[in-house]
Each structure stands twice: as structure tokens, then as C-alpha cells.
Design a protein around this ligand. Structure first.
Ligand SMILES: [Zn+2]
Length: 189
């Protein structure tokens, strides 16, 4: 367990943002690949802002000066989460666990094999409404996502479709975890 610098609550390391400062400047390390001293913060803008108060972050990282703002760190976290989401979706596509096209998604929903839905919000349709309608129908988690940031990272098939279903439990768990973190950062508005 690790303790959040912002709110002080403990959580498993994978549920917290890891920050490190290998060259004296804080860096976001959500994949936990950097060595050295680390600091942990909840996936929450509020906790990140708290961590920047009273020199908590510089003390935790043992650096004299933190050359970044809470906004910089938030942007870096969202950027890394988006890249991670793209990786997880590509992995799901390779495993045959992604379905696009509303008709095919609806058939899969009726067959009970869908575990998670992503609906892209753009000018063409009401992603929130679509997510709600599909959720009412099937009771699986549905996330409205911003296509401008995510679509270009997805398998090509997404481009023409406003709903993607994820099947197979391991894929779903990995994708859903990243989406929940993005949501907690206020990114899925
Ligand atoms: Zn916290």
C-alpha cells in the first residue's frame, strides 16, 4: 500500500499516480517504470493540487525545488493515460475483443458477451444519450470518450463508428481501469 500525498489515504500502488524525480524535476510515471524515489497521489485533481501545497511533493521526492505546477502534472497524467488506453485497446483488438458498428454491437449485447462500451462524442451524435440508452439495455459500464484525443490512436475501424464494445474479461478490466482513472482526472466530461 502507498499513501496519497494529497489526502493521506492509502491505496494499492497501481491505483495511484506515481511521480518520480530522476533529474530533480518531477515526472509522471504511471506505468511505474522509473526507478528511484517516488511519490504517490490519487487519480484526482484535488489530491494533486493538495500535494503541491506546503512543499509536500518536494519533501517526498527529496528535491529542493519542484519545477512544475499541478496543472503540468495533470496534463502529463492525462497524456500518459491516453497512450495507455490506446495500447490497451490495440491489445484488445489483437485479441479479437473489440466490436464496432452499432448493429454488431447490439447483436453482441443481446448475446450477452459485451462487458464494456465506449461511445465517442462528436458533432455527429449524442454519445451520452447513446451510452445511456445502451446502458439501460444491457447494464454494462458505458464511457463517453472524446474522439479527437482517442480515435486517432485506435484501430482504424473506430473512425467511422461511434460505439465500441469490449469483450473478454481480462481486456475489459485493463481498459476499464484506465477509463476510470481518466474519469477521475475529469477527462471524460
Ligand atoms: Zn488522495
Amino acid at each position: 500500500m502507498r499513501r496519497c500525498l494529497g489526502c493521506g489515504l492509502s491505496a494499492p500502488p497501481g491505483d495511484l499516480i506515481r511521480l518520480s524525480a530522476p533529474a530533480g524535476t518531477p515526472q509522471v510515471d504511471i506505468r511505474r517504470l522509473a526507478g528511484g524515489r517516488g511519490a504517490h497521489v490519487c487519480y484526482s485533481r484535488k489530491c494533486l493540487e493538495e500535494a503541491f501545497k506546503k512543499r509536500r511533493l518536494s519533501r517526498a521526492l527529496k528535491v529542493s525545488h519542484v519545477d512544475a505546477t499541478a496543472g503540468d502534472i495533470t496534463a502529463a497524467v492525462v497524456h500518459q493515460l491516453n497512450r495507455l488506453l490506446a495500447c490497451e485497446l490495440e491489445r484488445a483488438a489483437r485479441m479479437g475483443a473489440l466490436i464496432v458498428k452499432q448493429e454488431r454491437v447490439r447483436m453482441a449485447l443481446d448475446a450477452g458477451s459485451v462487458r464494456l462500451l465506449l461511445t465517442a462524442s462528436d458533432d455527429r451524435g449524442d454519445a451520452d444519450g447513446l451510452a445511456r440508452a445502451l446502458w439501460r439495455r444491457c447494464r454494462v459500464p458505458a464511457f463517453p470518450v472524446r474522439p479527437d484525443a482517442v480515435i486517432r490512436l485506435l484501430p482504424k475501424a473506430w473512425n467511422d463508428h461511434d460505439v465500441v464494445a469490449v469483450q473478454k474479461r481480462p481486456c475489459t478490466l485493463r481498459v476499464e481501469k484506465v477509463l476510470r482513472h481518466l474519469d477521475a482526472m475529469g477527462w471524460l466530461d
